[in-house]
Design a protein around this ligand. Sequence first.
Ligand SMILES: [Zn+2]
Length: 107
Amino acid sequence: MTERCPRCGLLFEREEGQWVGAMIVNFAVAMVALVSGLAAGLLLTWPDVPWTTVTVVAVVMVVAVPTVLYPWSKTVWVAIDLLMHRSERSLEWFGEDGPRGSDAALR
Ligand SMILES: [Zn+2]
């Protein structure tokens, strides 16, 4: 992920621990995908569930889903963070050139 938004200059990582929220988003999506995948696998093959295949697929999902979705979860977290701190936006969040685009009004 780039340091700043190429459009408005917003600094994405404004404080230490900024990406904990992204990890929570990532974990939640991965768990929903895992539980959904397991439920679908069990429902489609019941009562002769191929447990070895189900286990291998689950392990692959637990590793692959969070890895693939991590950049996306950062983007989602930036959006959530901006919504939560909308009224606290300040010039310090932007580069030396100041905010651009719709945030230029902060100048
Ligand atoms: Zn932007």
